[in-house]
Design a protein. Structure first.
Length: 328
């Protein structure tokens, strides 16, 4: 009868077997996870589709507002940009560094004709920078960012972008462009800045210069002048305000601005006649004058008819004797 012999394994062999087990590959459950572990491809999909990015934008009515509302600090210099500012590159369908001409044939198009490094153009041409500031809506800017803009023509030879339809209601806007810019030749970074009408519209060191031909292709209207007339007049009567109602012709813009004599064409002479222009002897210009003791006077009531004229109420500043300062 054979007898089995019992052998005792060497402890070193146990250690070897444990080490060998640790070195073996782990099961699939410990492998790095893949998308196949989480996603099941529907059987009706023939091939995989690369992932897409989805933008969710609100369809708010404010998208139809102007892109540049002249109430924002676009260049982050701490000042609101309340008008066209030439040192800003306005984003839009037009290239700020190109010049355009308008073709009225066909559907009517602005076509680029030249490149400019200063954003100024030649006579008969529009600056692309100005066109963006004037025309772009928020909707147009959004379309330009997402897919280059709304194309009504897109071929190998020609691409035409069309702005969005602007409702003819409160979403429409109007802008004023004088064609004049504040200029400082000593400024290396921004020699041309804001649009202006006169020197007093510009910051210290800048003067208002006419660049209308280089911005919109045509000459600007005659610039208004700053009023600098001074004078004094003595009126009898205390605790009263002298009021003059004055007719201003529609074509006499300087009358509205300065109350000057509409007969005079020379600004220097007109300013000298500032006081006399409100007197009755200036035929055709004067309506009437009176002393008002309070603002309940019917002639000052805005609800009453004040004639279909460019008339104003002139309130003059005058000296009051020291003893009369506390009187009602």
């Amino acid at each position: 009868m054979n007898r089995l012999k019992r052998h005792r394994m060497n402890p070193a062999a146990y250690l070897f077997l444990i080490f060998l087990a640790l070195c073996l590959p782990l099961s699939r459950q410990s492998e790095a996870a893949t998308m196949q572990d989480y996603c099941v491809v529907p059987p009706f999909i023939a091939q995989s589709v690369p992932p897409l990015v989805m933008f969710e934008t609100g369809r708010d009515h404010k998208l139809y507002y102007e892109a540049y509302n002249d109430a924002s600090d676009l260049d982050e210099d701490g000042k609101l940009d309340i008008a066209y500012k030439h040192s800003i590159d306005y984003y839009g369908y037009f290239d700020p560094n190109k010049c355009y001409t308008y073709s009225s044939t066909g559907s009517g198009e602005f076509n680029p004709v030249s490149v400019t490094s200063t954003k100024f153009c030649n006579a008969g041409q529009w600056s692309g920078n100005v066109l963006n500031w004037l025309n772009m809506s928020r909707m147009d800017s959004l379309k330009k960012v997402l897919y280059g803009g709304h194309r009504i023509t897109d071929s190998n030879t020609k691409t035409v972008l069309e702005r969005d339809i602007m409702p003819g209601d409160a979403h429409s806007w109007g802008k004023e462009l004088t064609g004049r810019l504040c200029f400082n030749g000593a400024s290396a970074t921004a020699p041309y800045t804001y649009a202006c009408k006169r020197d007093s519209d510009c910051e210290s060191g800048y003067t208002c210069v006419d660049k209308s031909v280089n911005l919109i292709g045509i000459a600007a209207a005659t610039a208004p002048f700053d009023c600098s007339a001074t004078g004094a007049v003595t009126w009898s009567g205390t605790n009263k305000v002298r009021v003059a109602r004055y007719y201003h012709g529609a074509a006499l813009s300087n009358d509205i601005q300065c109350g000057t004599d509409s007969v005079g064409s020379d600004p220097v002479v007109a300013r000298a006649n500032f006081l006399t222009s409100f007197q009755p002897e200036v035929a055709g210009n004067f309506i009437d004058q009176f002393l008002a003791t309070d603002f309940n006077d019917v002639r000052l009531d805005p609800a009453n008819d004040h004639f279909n004229n460019y008339n104003i109420v002139a309130v003059a500043e005058f000296n009051v004797a020291s003893g009369d300062k506390n009187k009602n």
